[in-house]
Design a protein around this ligand. Structure first.
Ligand code: ASP
Ligand code: MG
Length: 437
């Protein structure tokens, strides 16, 4: 059994949804994970925002606009009148449910999460009806019945596996399963989600739960590219990546895959394949335990990074200094991405500036603090084991005329990171491509 996940653009119109049905139907008894149609979750966020602010007219107008988009989709999605009627009932009931929140006095994050869940619920309803119309026995597996997070907010993988297997047993005679990405229930039993973009994570968790033969992430690009196609011309898909390489690329800016998605596949040793809905025969990118020779495979950039430097004359021979610095970031739950240390100080980067003023304030107890904003991390990823000389040099050479604020290498065998100014990003990405690939 495989898990096939289709993102919002892949189900973004009646034509696209029909195309996904064409793709999945002949592939056998698999689990299909769907996102909401593109733009839907953003609209639902907007609706929730109006409801928080008690702007009922704003909410109603946005609900109506979104509903008409769905009704338009249904008009051409099905061949049979009965299918369309059935889908209309499902979609209208979702929109009436969303509308019902406008009539309530309280609106909290619990209600918001319920509203956000409707996009994926509608995708699954539409696709299940479509596949059944085409003569397949498609069963929808409600994610709210199996996808659970625990008290720490992390997925409860044991519960997910137990619940999901029970559902698969219940519908053993089905020949294809459809389920919602993104949505789950938390430890209180409330509707919740795995954060924006989380349906890749859903697919990976589902793959792990059923010990899938493969997890396929279908999007609108032919795999992970060796550089960012938005800024560099002539980028090419990388055909094979190690889990660690893919995780570094996803974390450091390759938009095609959500960073959380790699871990469940890696832990369970399940191949993860990135494929293009518009070019289904293209090889895409296969992510697994592939050991290749020393090489640089791809480059990615992470935006909106802030660098913080703490200089202390007393760091010399002192222990406990780094501990105090890290504890400050921990206190404000702010993850650190890059670190560079010297005899007298430490520089590190964060991508969340939310608590930066508080953090800086506290760090001033330990030394002189300087902050550089509008920075970018350029990650150079591949099999970069330190015993294979020359790879760092090639990357550095490409950046010879670009000011580099920090360098980090050796944290893993898979990544060298450079911190540069945002204004140098496009030049850096292009130079790296022309030098390395
Ligand atoms: N629909 C959700 C979002 O837009 C989840 C996803 O597509 O991955 O964030
Ligand atoms: Mg996505």
């Amino acid at each position: 059994m495989k898990v096939l996940k289709f993102g919002g653009t892949s189900v973004g119109s009646a034509e696209r949804i029909r195309h996904v049905a064409d793709l999945v139907a002949p592939r056998g008894k698999n689990i299909i994970v769907l996102s909401a149609m593109s733009g839907t979750t953003n609209s639902l966020v907007e609706i929730a925002d109006y409801l928080y602010k008690r702007n009922l007219n704003g909410a109603k107008e946005t609900i109506n606009i979104l509903e008409s988009k769905y009704l338009k989709t249904l008009a051409t999605l099905y061949d049979r009148h009965e299918s369309r009627e059935m889908a209309l009932r499902e979609i209208k009931s979702c929109f009436n449910y969303i509308r019902s929140f406008a009539a309530r006095d309280v609106f909290t994050s619990v209600e918001e999460k319920i509203i956000l869940a409707q996009g994926e619920i509608m995708s699954v309803a539409m696709m299940t009806i479509l596949l059944n119309e085409r003569g397949y026995h498609a069963e929808s597996l409600p994610a709210l019945e199996f996808m659970k997070t625990g008290e720490n907010g992390e997925p409860d993988t044991n519960a997910i596996a137990l619940n999901l297997r029970a559902l698969l047993d219940k519908y053993a005679e089905a020949n294809i399963y459809i389920t919602q990405g993104f949505i789950c229930r938390n430890h209180r039993g409330e509707v919740d989600n795995l954060q924006r973009g989380g349906s890749d994570y859903s697919a990976s968790l589902i793959g792990a739960a059923v010990e899938a033969e493969e997890i396929e992430i279908w999007t609108d690009i032919d795999g992970m590219h060796n550089n960012d196609p938005r800024y560099v011309e002539g980028t090419r898909p990388v055909h094979e990546l190690h889990y660690e390489e893919a995780a570094e690329l996803a974390y450091f800016g390759a938009k095609i895959l959500h960073p959380t998605c790699v871990l469940p596949a890696k832990v369970n040793n399940i191949p993860l394949r990135l494929l293009n809905t518009m070019e289904p025969e293209a090889p895409g990118t296969l992510i697994y335990n592939s050991i290749t020779g020393p090489s640089i495979k791809a480059v990615a950039a992470k935006d909106n990074v802030t660098a913080v430097k703490i200089k202390s004359s007393r760091m010399l021979l002192a222990y406990g200094f780094l501990n105090k610095v890290f504890a400050t970031f921990e206190k404000y739950r702010t993850p650190i991405d890059m670190i560079a240390t010297s005899e007298v100080g430490v520089s590190l980067t964060v991508d969340s500036a939310r608590f930066l003023p508080e953090i800086i304030d506290e760090l001033k107890q330990f030394g002189t603090v300087t902050v550089d904003r509008d920075m970018v991390i350029i990650a150079v990823v591949g099999n970069l084991e330190w015993t294979s000389p020359g790879l760092e040099t090639r990357a550095l050479k490409a950046l010879h005329d670009i000011p580099v604020r920090m360098i980090s290498y050796g944290g893993s065998d898979y990544n060298i990171s450079f911190l540069i100014r945002a204004c140098d990003k496009v030049a850096a990405l292009n130079r790296l491509s022309s030098t390395l690939f």
